[in-house]
Structure formats: structure tokens, C-alpha cells
Design a binder for this molecule. Structure first.
Ligand code: PRP
Length: 211
């Protein structure tokens, strides 16, 4: 039997994803060791492999078939636009993609002005402003701490994830427009879905039964 390989995004989602696998009897004890520098983990009994990668790389590994299955945020799926099947909403990591900024920027949004939008998600921001709102904006790609941008005058608004809203509150920013809800999803390589249909369907069924 060939190994089924899982790609998990490092960070917030990985821990909950591993707990989910444990609940359906898929153990990977080794992976929980915080001191380990190991990148790939094997469950010999079930012929499974797990690896951790940067979140935005998960859809890449899955599209090319280097991983059969991935656990990744909907934000990353939308941003990366890779060819894969999204098979399950896992119901954790719930948050929203939003346009945020100081209250004063609301007026600029309403008037459809040529504003600057800072974001880690240029494709999501483009799709929202160009295709949904038909508003021309200048998009500035950043890699983190996006909330800084309107504070220091880099942009009028940001497009970013809002979970608890604490980061916005502590920096005097507000949600100005909601783009879409997000959560962790299970994605599957398109060829694996056919070649390993039985094993993958069983995993999907088991996870669905505990959600
Ligand atoms: C994310 C996001 C916000 C924050 C939202 O950043 O970009 O900054 O979390 O969460 P909250 O609504 O609960 O405050 P993350 O911590 O992932 O790091 P980043 O700034 O490097 O993107």
C-alpha cells in the first residue's frame, strides 16, 4: 500500500488539525514534540505521512501531488487559486476577511476613491475591489503586521483576517466592510481523489461524523 501524505500549515491550524486526526484514530505523537526540527512524520501502521509547511505552500504541495491531502485556511485557498478539490469545511479557525481601517476611511470607500490597500492577500483584495465592487484601487503587498499600514500612512485601508478583533481595537481601527467568512478546510489532490478514492473517502467520512 502506498503512503497517503498530509500537508499541514504551520501555526494556528496545525494543532487543531492534529487533534481532529486523533479523534478519528490517526495518531502522530512525534509531531507534537515542540523541540523537534524534523519535517516529516510517519504513521507506519496506517501508511500515512505528515509534514508541516508554510500555510501558503500547502495548496502548492497538494496541486502537484507531493501531498494527497492538505489542511489549510480558506484565505490561503482563495489567495493561491490552485487546482485542487476542497472537500470539507472543518469548522475551526473561523474568522472573516475584511476591509479595515480608521473610521475616516469609510467615506473614501463609499465615494469609490482611488485609495491604497495594504494586504498579505493581493489576489483576494483585487478580486473584491475590481470584480465585486468595480472600484479601482492601488494594492500594496505586505507580509505581516498589516495593521501598521494605515497607522503609519502607507495605505488608507487594509484587507486582512479578523478573528477576535483585538488587533484592530488595540490599534484604533475598525471593520469597514466584510468580504467573506473563513475557516479551515480539507483539500485533496485531483488525481489522488480518483486513485485513492476509497481511503480518502473513509477519512472524509470519519471526520464528517465527528464535526
Ligand atoms: C492575523 C491577522 C490579524 C490578526 C487578527 O495576524 O493578520 O493581524 O491575526 O486576529 P484578531 O482579530 O484575533 O486580533 P497573525 O497573528 O496571523 O500574524 P501576521 O500579522 O504576521 O499576519
Amino acid at each position: 500500500m502506498r503512503y497517503l501524505t498530509f500537508a499541514l500549515g504551520k501555526g494556528r491550524l496545525a494543532k487543531t488539525a492534529l487533534e481532529l486526526f486523533e479523534k478519528i484514530g490517526i495518531q502522530c505523537e512525534e509531531m507534537k514534540d515542540p523541540g523537534s526540527r524534523k519535517l516529516i512524520f510517519v504513521n507506519e501502521e496506517r501508511k500515512l505521512k505528515f509534514f508541516l509547511s508554510k500555510g501558503p505552500d500547502v495548496p502548492t504541495y497538494v496541486e502537484y501531488g507531493a501531498a494527497d491531502i492538505g489542511i489549510v485556511g480558506k484565505d490561503t485557498i482563495l489567495e493561491e487559486g490552485r487546482k485542487l478539490y476542497e472537500v470539507l469545511d472543518l469548522g475551526f479557525g473561523k474568522c472573516n476577511m475584511c476591509v479595515c481601517g480608521p473610521k475616516a476611511s469609510q467615506e473614501l470607500l463609499n465615494r469609490g476613491q482611488l485609495i491604497r490597500v495594504a494586504t498579505k492577500y493581493p489576489n483576494i483584495a483585487k478580486d473584491y475591489f475590481y470584480n465585486k465592487k468595480h472600484q479601482t484601487v492601488e494594492i500594496i503587498k505586505l507580509n505581516g503586521s498589516i495593521e501598521l499600514a494605515p497607522i503609519v500612512g502607507l495605505s488608507e485601508v487594509i484587507v486582512d483576517i479578523v478573528e477576535t478583533g483585538a488587533t484592530l481595537r488595540e490599534n484604533g481601527l475598525d471593520v469597514l466592510e466584510k468580504i467573506c467568512p473563513l475557516s479551515a478546510r480539507m483539500v485533496v489532490n485531483q488525481v489522488s481523489m480518483k486513485m485513492e478514492n476509497e481511503r480518502i473517502s473513509e477519512i472524509i467520512r470519519d471526520i464528517r461524523s465527528i464535526l
